[in-house]
Design a protein around this ligand. Structure first.
Ligand SMILES: Nc1ncnc2c1ncn2[C@@H]1O[C@H](COP(=O)(O)OP(=O)(O)O)[C@@H](O)[C@H]1O
Ligand SMILES: [Mg+2]
Length: 293
Protein backbone atom coordinates (compact mmCIF):
# COMPACT_ATOMS: atom_id res chain seq x y z
CA UNK A 1 0.00 0.00 0.00
CA UNK A 2 1.05 3.63 0.20
CA UNK A 3 3.01 5.89 2.57
CA UNK A 4 0.80 8.64 3.91
CA UNK A 5 1.77 11.49 6.22
CA UNK A 6 -0.92 13.17 8.31
CA UNK A 7 -0.43 16.56 9.99
CA UNK A 8 -3.03 17.22 12.63
CA UNK A 9 -4.15 16.89 16.19
CA UNK A 10 -4.38 13.91 18.48
CA UNK A 11 -6.73 14.47 21.37
CA UNK A 12 -8.74 13.13 24.23
CA UNK A 13 -12.45 13.60 23.52
CA UNK A 14 -14.87 13.64 26.44
CA UNK A 15 -18.19 12.63 24.92
CA UNK A 16 -21.47 13.69 26.51
CA UNK A 17 -24.63 12.05 25.19
CA UNK A 18 -27.44 14.63 25.32
CA UNK A 19 -31.13 13.79 25.66
CA UNK A 20 -32.21 16.44 23.16
CA UNK A 21 -30.93 18.79 20.46
CA UNK A 22 -28.54 21.53 21.42
CA UNK A 23 -30.31 24.89 21.47
CA UNK A 24 -29.10 28.13 22.97
CA UNK A 25 -30.45 28.83 26.43
CA UNK A 26 -31.90 25.34 26.90
CA UNK A 27 -31.60 23.07 29.94
CA UNK A 28 -30.52 19.58 28.84
CA UNK A 29 -29.77 16.26 30.47
CA UNK A 30 -26.53 14.46 29.62
CA UNK A 31 -24.76 11.32 30.80
CA UNK A 32 -21.35 11.75 32.46
CA UNK A 33 -18.56 12.25 29.88
CA UNK A 34 -17.08 9.14 28.26
CA UNK A 35 -13.40 9.51 27.28
CA UNK A 36 -12.16 8.34 23.89
CA UNK A 37 -9.34 8.99 21.42
CA UNK A 38 -9.98 11.74 18.91
CA UNK A 39 -8.41 14.69 17.12
CA UNK A 40 -8.70 15.34 13.39
CA UNK A 41 -5.19 14.11 12.62
CA UNK A 42 -5.45 10.91 14.64
CA UNK A 43 -8.92 10.08 13.30
CA UNK A 44 -7.74 10.23 9.70
CA UNK A 45 -4.39 8.56 10.39
CA UNK A 46 -6.00 5.58 12.14
CA UNK A 47 -8.51 4.97 9.34
CA UNK A 48 -5.64 5.02 6.84
CA UNK A 49 -3.57 2.62 8.95
CA UNK A 50 -6.59 0.31 9.04
CA UNK A 51 -6.58 0.45 5.24
CA UNK A 52 -3.09 -1.08 5.32
CA UNK A 53 -1.10 2.08 4.59
CA UNK A 54 2.14 3.11 6.29
CA UNK A 55 0.92 6.17 8.14
CA UNK A 56 3.01 8.73 10.03
CA UNK A 57 1.36 11.27 12.29
CA UNK A 58 3.01 14.68 12.60
CA UNK A 59 1.43 16.12 15.71
CA UNK A 60 2.12 17.51 19.17
CA UNK A 61 1.17 16.20 22.59
CA UNK A 62 1.82 17.68 26.01
CA UNK A 63 4.02 16.49 28.84
CA UNK A 64 1.12 15.20 30.97
CA UNK A 65 0.25 11.50 31.57
CA UNK A 66 -2.53 11.84 28.98
CA UNK A 67 0.15 12.26 26.28
CA UNK A 68 1.41 8.71 26.87
CA UNK A 69 -2.11 7.31 26.75
CA UNK A 70 -2.88 9.05 23.45
CA UNK A 71 0.36 7.89 21.84
CA UNK A 72 -0.03 4.32 23.04
CA UNK A 73 -3.55 4.16 21.65
CA UNK A 74 -2.64 5.60 18.23
CA UNK A 75 0.29 3.24 18.05
CA UNK A 76 -1.93 0.28 18.89
CA UNK A 77 -4.01 1.18 15.85
CA UNK A 78 -0.94 0.93 13.64
CA UNK A 79 0.01 4.61 13.29
CA UNK A 80 3.71 5.57 13.39
CA UNK A 81 3.86 8.10 16.21
CA UNK A 82 7.63 8.71 15.81
CA UNK A 83 7.05 12.21 14.36
CA UNK A 84 4.82 13.28 17.29
CA UNK A 85 6.62 15.88 19.40
CA UNK A 86 6.10 16.82 23.06
CA UNK A 87 5.39 20.41 24.04
CA UNK A 88 5.54 21.40 27.68
CA UNK A 89 2.01 21.60 29.10
CA UNK A 90 -1.34 19.89 28.65
CA UNK A 91 -2.29 17.57 25.79
CA UNK A 92 -5.19 18.46 23.51
CA UNK A 93 -8.66 17.85 24.95
CA UNK A 94 -12.14 18.48 23.60
CA UNK A 95 -15.70 18.14 24.76
CA UNK A 96 -17.99 16.42 22.25
CA UNK A 97 -21.71 17.02 22.71
CA UNK A 98 -23.65 14.30 20.94
CA UNK A 99 -27.40 14.75 20.36
CA UNK A 100 -29.94 11.93 19.83
CA UNK A 101 -29.79 12.40 16.04
CA UNK A 102 -26.06 11.61 16.13
CA UNK A 103 -25.00 15.21 15.36
CA UNK A 104 -22.06 16.49 17.34
CA UNK A 105 -20.83 19.84 18.58
CA UNK A 106 -17.20 20.18 19.60
CA UNK A 107 -15.76 22.45 22.26
CA UNK A 108 -11.95 22.62 22.30
CA UNK A 109 -10.65 22.77 25.87
CA UNK A 110 -6.86 22.62 25.71
CA UNK A 111 -4.59 22.47 22.69
CA UNK A 112 -0.99 21.32 22.39
CA UNK A 113 0.60 23.23 19.55
CA UNK A 114 4.09 23.59 18.12
CA UNK A 115 5.43 27.12 17.87
CA UNK A 116 7.28 26.47 14.61
CA UNK A 117 6.43 24.62 11.38
CA UNK A 118 7.27 20.90 11.65
CA UNK A 119 10.43 20.69 9.52
CA UNK A 120 10.51 16.93 10.06
CA UNK A 121 7.77 16.68 7.44
CA UNK A 122 10.47 17.05 4.78
CA UNK A 123 12.29 13.91 5.90
CA UNK A 124 9.17 11.75 5.66
CA UNK A 125 8.67 10.07 2.29
CA UNK A 126 5.05 10.12 1.22
CA UNK A 127 2.70 9.12 -1.59
CA UNK A 128 0.16 11.57 -0.17
CA UNK A 129 0.15 14.19 2.59
CA UNK A 130 -2.98 15.23 4.47
CA UNK A 131 -2.94 18.50 6.41
CA UNK A 132 -5.45 19.07 9.15
CA UNK A 133 -3.40 21.14 11.58
CA UNK A 134 -4.01 24.83 11.93
CA UNK A 135 -2.28 27.85 13.29
CA UNK A 136 1.09 27.50 11.63
CA UNK A 137 2.46 28.85 8.41
CA UNK A 138 3.20 25.64 6.50
CA UNK A 139 3.64 27.32 3.13
CA UNK A 140 7.39 26.72 2.78
CA UNK A 141 7.12 23.06 3.77
CA UNK A 142 4.10 22.36 1.61
CA UNK A 143 5.55 24.11 -1.44
CA UNK A 144 8.49 21.70 -1.29
CA UNK A 145 6.32 18.66 -0.60
CA UNK A 146 3.76 19.54 -3.29
CA UNK A 147 6.39 18.84 -5.96
CA UNK A 148 6.66 15.26 -4.74
CA UNK A 149 3.16 13.97 -4.03
CA UNK A 150 -0.51 14.98 -3.88
CA UNK A 151 -1.41 17.09 -0.87
CA UNK A 152 -4.91 17.32 0.60
CA UNK A 153 -5.68 19.98 3.21
CA UNK A 154 -8.60 21.33 5.17
CA UNK A 155 -9.62 24.90 4.47
CA UNK A 156 -8.21 27.21 7.10
CA UNK A 157 -8.50 30.91 7.57
CA UNK A 158 -5.14 31.96 6.19
CA UNK A 159 -3.47 34.66 4.20
CA UNK A 160 -3.06 34.44 0.45
CA UNK A 161 -0.88 31.64 -0.92
CA UNK A 162 -0.33 30.15 2.50
CA UNK A 163 -1.71 26.71 1.71
CA UNK A 164 -0.07 25.49 -1.52
CA UNK A 165 -1.92 22.18 -1.85
CA UNK A 166 -3.60 20.25 -4.67
CA UNK A 167 -6.92 19.51 -3.00
CA UNK A 168 -8.69 21.69 -0.45
CA UNK A 169 -11.51 20.08 1.53
CA UNK A 170 -14.02 21.87 3.72
CA UNK A 171 -17.26 21.06 5.46
CA UNK A 172 -20.15 23.29 4.42
CA UNK A 173 -21.00 23.91 8.07
CA UNK A 174 -17.51 25.23 8.83
CA UNK A 175 -17.22 27.56 5.84
CA UNK A 176 -18.63 31.05 5.58
CA UNK A 177 -20.99 32.19 2.82
CA UNK A 178 -18.25 34.00 0.96
CA UNK A 179 -16.30 30.77 0.42
CA UNK A 180 -19.40 28.73 -0.41
CA UNK A 181 -20.47 31.29 -3.00
CA UNK A 182 -17.26 30.76 -4.99
CA UNK A 183 -15.16 27.92 -3.54
CA UNK A 184 -12.62 27.99 -6.37
CA UNK A 185 -11.87 31.68 -5.96
CA UNK A 186 -11.13 31.23 -2.27
CA UNK A 187 -9.26 28.00 -2.99
CA UNK A 188 -7.01 29.76 -5.50
CA UNK A 189 -6.40 32.58 -3.06
CA UNK A 190 -5.18 30.12 -0.42
CA UNK A 191 -3.41 27.54 -2.57
CA UNK A 192 -2.24 29.53 -5.59
CA UNK A 193 -1.19 27.69 -8.76
CA UNK A 194 -0.77 24.34 -7.05
CA UNK A 195 -4.54 23.95 -6.57
CA UNK A 196 -6.41 21.35 -8.64
CA UNK A 197 -9.68 20.78 -6.76
CA UNK A 198 -11.83 22.28 -4.04
CA UNK A 199 -14.10 19.77 -2.32
CA UNK A 200 -17.06 20.77 -0.16
CA UNK A 201 -18.74 18.15 2.03
CA UNK A 202 -22.46 18.47 2.77
CA UNK A 203 -23.08 15.99 5.59
CA UNK A 204 -25.93 13.58 4.73
CA UNK A 205 -26.10 15.11 1.24
CA UNK A 206 -22.62 13.88 0.26
CA UNK A 207 -20.03 16.13 -1.36
CA UNK A 208 -19.13 18.10 -4.46
CA UNK A 209 -15.82 18.87 -6.13
CA UNK A 210 -14.88 21.91 -8.20
CA UNK A 211 -11.96 21.48 -10.61
CA UNK A 212 -9.77 24.34 -11.78
CA UNK A 213 -10.59 23.45 -15.39
CA UNK A 214 -14.28 23.98 -14.73
CA UNK A 215 -15.10 20.38 -13.84
CA UNK A 216 -17.95 19.90 -11.39
CA UNK A 217 -18.50 16.54 -9.68
CA UNK A 218 -21.08 15.45 -7.15
CA UNK A 219 -21.36 12.31 -5.03
CA UNK A 220 -24.49 11.49 -3.07
CA UNK A 221 -24.14 9.88 0.34
CA UNK A 222 -25.96 6.59 0.92
CA UNK A 223 -29.02 6.88 3.14
CA UNK A 224 -27.77 5.60 6.51
CA UNK A 225 -28.90 5.66 10.13
CA UNK A 226 -26.58 8.22 11.73
CA UNK A 227 -25.48 7.16 15.19
CA UNK A 228 -22.49 9.46 15.72
CA UNK A 229 -21.31 12.04 13.18
CA UNK A 230 -18.06 12.71 15.05
CA UNK A 231 -15.16 12.27 12.65
CA UNK A 232 -17.29 12.09 9.47
CA UNK A 233 -15.12 14.74 7.84
CA UNK A 234 -11.98 12.98 9.07
CA UNK A 235 -13.15 9.66 7.61
CA UNK A 236 -14.01 11.44 4.36
CA UNK A 237 -10.48 12.89 4.29
CA UNK A 238 -9.05 9.43 4.90
CA UNK A 239 -10.98 8.09 1.91
CA UNK A 240 -9.72 11.00 -0.20
CA UNK A 241 -6.07 10.51 0.86
CA UNK A 242 -6.37 6.74 0.32
CA UNK A 243 -7.70 7.26 -3.21
CA UNK A 244 -5.18 9.94 -4.19
CA UNK A 245 -2.24 7.99 -2.75
CA UNK A 246 -3.31 5.14 -5.04
CA UNK A 247 -3.41 7.65 -7.91
CA UNK A 248 -7.16 7.40 -8.50
CA UNK A 249 -8.67 10.46 -10.18
CA UNK A 250 -11.20 12.77 -8.53
CA UNK A 251 -14.15 11.11 -10.29
CA UNK A 252 -13.24 7.92 -8.41
CA UNK A 253 -11.93 9.54 -5.24
CA UNK A 254 -15.00 11.65 -4.47
CA UNK A 255 -17.63 8.87 -4.26
CA UNK A 256 -15.13 6.69 -2.38
CA UNK A 257 -14.52 9.41 0.21
CA UNK A 258 -18.27 9.98 0.56
CA UNK A 259 -18.75 6.29 1.34
CA UNK A 260 -15.96 6.39 3.96
CA UNK A 261 -17.63 9.39 5.61
CA UNK A 262 -21.07 7.78 5.54
CA UNK A 263 -19.70 4.53 6.99
CA UNK A 264 -18.26 6.46 9.93
CA UNK A 265 -21.58 7.99 10.99
CA UNK A 266 -23.20 4.55 11.31
CA UNK A 267 -20.78 3.72 14.17
CA UNK A 268 -19.74 5.23 17.47
CA UNK A 269 -16.18 6.40 18.10
CA UNK A 270 -14.20 9.13 16.38
CA UNK A 271 -12.63 7.06 13.61
CA UNK A 272 -13.40 4.15 11.27
CA UNK A 273 -12.68 0.79 12.85
CA UNK A 274 -10.59 -1.81 11.08
CA UNK A 275 -13.46 -4.08 10.00
CA UNK A 276 -15.42 -1.20 8.49
CA UNK A 277 -12.39 -0.02 6.52
CA UNK A 278 -11.79 -3.55 5.26
CA UNK A 279 -15.44 -3.74 4.13
CA UNK A 280 -15.12 -0.38 2.36
CA UNK A 281 -12.01 -1.49 0.50
CA UNK A 282 -13.56 -4.81 -0.41
CA UNK A 283 -16.62 -2.98 -1.73
CA UNK A 284 -14.54 -0.63 -3.88
CA UNK A 285 -11.98 -3.08 -5.24
CA UNK A 286 -13.62 -6.45 -4.91
CA UNK A 287 -10.75 -7.61 -2.69
CA UNK A 288 -9.46 -6.82 0.79
CA UNK A 289 -6.28 -4.85 1.50
CA UNK A 290 -3.14 -6.80 2.33
CA UNK A 291 -2.92 -7.18 6.07
CA UNK A 292 -0.14 -5.52 8.01
CA UNK A 293 2.56 -7.73 9.50
N1 LIG B 1 -25.88 11.88 8.19
C1 LIG B 1 -25.03 11.41 7.27
N2 LIG B 1 -25.41 10.42 6.42
C2 LIG B 1 -24.56 9.93 5.48
N3 LIG B 1 -23.32 10.40 5.29
C3 LIG B 1 -22.88 11.38 6.10
C4 LIG B 1 -23.70 11.94 7.13
N4 LIG B 1 -22.98 12.90 7.76
C5 LIG B 1 -21.77 12.93 7.16
N5 LIG B 1 -21.70 12.02 6.16
C6 LIG B 1 -20.54 11.73 5.28
O1 LIG B 1 -19.36 12.33 5.81
C7 LIG B 1 -18.89 13.37 4.94
C8 LIG B 1 -18.41 14.54 5.78
O2 LIG B 1 -19.47 14.99 6.60
P1 LIG B 1 -19.67 16.52 6.96
O3 LIG B 1 -20.73 16.57 7.99
O4 LIG B 1 -19.89 17.30 5.72
O5 LIG B 1 -18.25 16.95 7.55
P2 LIG B 1 -17.80 17.25 9.07
O6 LIG B 1 -17.90 15.98 9.81
O7 LIG B 1 -16.41 17.73 8.93
O8 LIG B 1 -18.74 18.28 9.55
C9 LIG B 1 -20.06 13.69 4.01
O9 LIG B 1 -19.58 14.16 2.78
C10 LIG B 1 -20.73 12.33 3.89
O10 LIG B 1 -20.01 11.52 2.99
MG1 LIG C 1 -21.18 16.89 9.95
Amino acid sequence: MARIVVLGSIARDEVIHLDDRLLEGRHLQGAPPVPRLGGGGANTAIALAHAGHEVSLVAAVGTDPLADELLAEASRHGVDIGPVTRISGASTRSLVLLDPSGERTIVNLTRSREARPPQRLLSLDADCVYVRSNGQDLSELLRTKAKLCPIVAQFRPLREGRLPVHVLVGSQKDLDERILADPLAEGRRLAGDVLRWVVITHGAEGAEAFGIEGQRLRATAPDVDAVDTTGAGDAFAAGMAHALALRLDMAQALPLAVRWGAAKVTRGGSFLDRDTVRDLIRESTGRSSPSRP
